[in-house]
Design a binder for this molecule. Structure first.
Ligand code: SF4
Length: 372
């Protein structure tokens, strides 16, 4: 039986953002036919392997991520979802998300996406400062973020998430408070935060290595994270996962499946899948992924079977990163009580939920538990 959560990686971007090390294919003209034919071939192989048919495979969430899925435009997304729907039933009320760059969000695109079944828009805003957007090598300006949100709402796509990046280098004159104001003024249903990291082989890495920019200090990271927590929760959002805020009932159902350890399937170059015990990943480069499919080969590049120790540490980490919390065993009780005294966690019976202060220490706190 195939999982009810499907991730589709759409690798195309107009250019690479200065901080990004994702698996992307930079294309000025997006090869929609080649890509969607590749997806059809991958789904054909998958359905054959799993002996699945549309009557036996139901999807509760579909997430078009990237890359820049919105670069497929209205027609490309329509074609992609039509292909998916020929292999699986889309459940009534399913969550269908598209990640979009603001400059791709036109009234025509919104009409086509909504008609194809998309009902959630995840918009890469990052900041509302034009100079900072240019530094990030983003393809849009601040005005286009608001235009995109308004176009989406008037086209009936009323479940909108905004991505914001915080903890920029101190050399960047970025006003985080103003960015939070601007984001909240657009009344999104959901906000995702990303702390900037410096990844190898990115322009940002070169700039940092050359001494032109430096990393945000830990206290700046903490101050901005905690300010976001205060502002968003004060505006009626639940801080339901370390990096995610939602208005009531607007949590990402797709990402929540990842965080609860549910199985999911990923297709497209570099996509990952998880069946509850084993994690698999696809060939990363777009051209290799497509060529492999065209000659009838398998696009699975590797897999790992989680051993007992990895299963335990994933259970701890996933529990602690969400507001659902982690069910602590007897051997973890003393640590949890220490965290509660420090203001890093709240204990409710045997459930331990990290506070925003605790989430700042998520990795080290998770590493200190035994899971017993
Ligand atoms: S749009 Fe997204 S995936 Fe593409 S380069 Fe920028 S950050 Fe990376």
């Amino acid at each position: 039986m195939l999982p009810s959560h499907l991730y589709v990686h759409v690798p195309f971007c107009a250019r690479r953002c200065s901080y990004c090390d994702f698996s992307i294919a930079v294309r000025r003209i997006v090869p929609i036919s080649d890509y969607t034919d590749g997806i059809r071939k991958e789904l054909t192989a998958l359905a054959r392997w799993a002996e699945a048919s549309p009557s036996s495979w139901t999807l509760n969430t579909v997430y078009l991520g990237g890359g820049t899925p919105s670069s497929l435009g209205g027609e490309g997304v329509r074609r992609l979802l039509e292909i998916i729907a020929s292999f699986a039933q889309i459940a009534p009320g399913a969550e269908l998300t598209i990640e979009a760059n603001p400059d791709d969000v036109t009234p025509d695109a919104i009409d086509a996406w909504a008609a194809a079944g998309i009902n959630r828009l995840s918009l890469g805003a990052q900041t509302f400062d034009d100079a900072v957007l240019a530094w990030m090598h983003r393809t849009h300006d601040a005005r286009q973020i608001g235009d995109a949100v308004r176009a989406a709402r008037s086209g009936g796509l009323a479940n909108i998430s905004l991505d914001l990046i915080f903890a920029l280098p101190p050399e960047i004159p970025r006003a985080w408070t103003r960015d939070l104001d601007e984001a909240l003024a657009l009344s999104p249903e959901h906000i995702s935060l990303y702390g900037l990291t410096v990844e190898p082989k990115t322009p940002l890495h070169r700039w940092v290595t050359a001494g032109r920019f430096s990393l945000a200090a830990e206290d700046r990271y903490a101050d901005e994270f905690l300010e976001a927590h205060e502002r968003m929760t004060g505006a009626g959002f639940a801080h339901y996962e370390v990096s995610n805020f939602a208005k009531p009932g607007r949590e990402s159902r797709h990402n929540s499946a990842y965080w609860s350890g549910t199985s999911y399937i990923g297709i497209g170059p570099a996509a990952h899948s998880f069946d509850g015990a084993r994690r698999r990943w696809n060939i990363k480069p777009y051209a290799d992924w497509l060529a492999t499919l065209c000659r009838g080969g398998s696009v699975i590049a590797g897999e790992e079977v989680l051993d007992a120790e990895s299963v335990t540490s994933e259970r701890i980490y996933l529990g602690l990163r969400t507001e659902a919390g982690y069910r602590a065993g007897a051997s973890d009780r003393a640590a949890a009580e220490r965290w509660a005294r420090a203001g890093w966690a709240v204990i409710d019976g045997d459930l331990v939920r990290l506070s925003a202060e605790g989430w700042l220490r998520l990795d080290s706190l998770a590493a200190g538990l035994t899971g017993l």
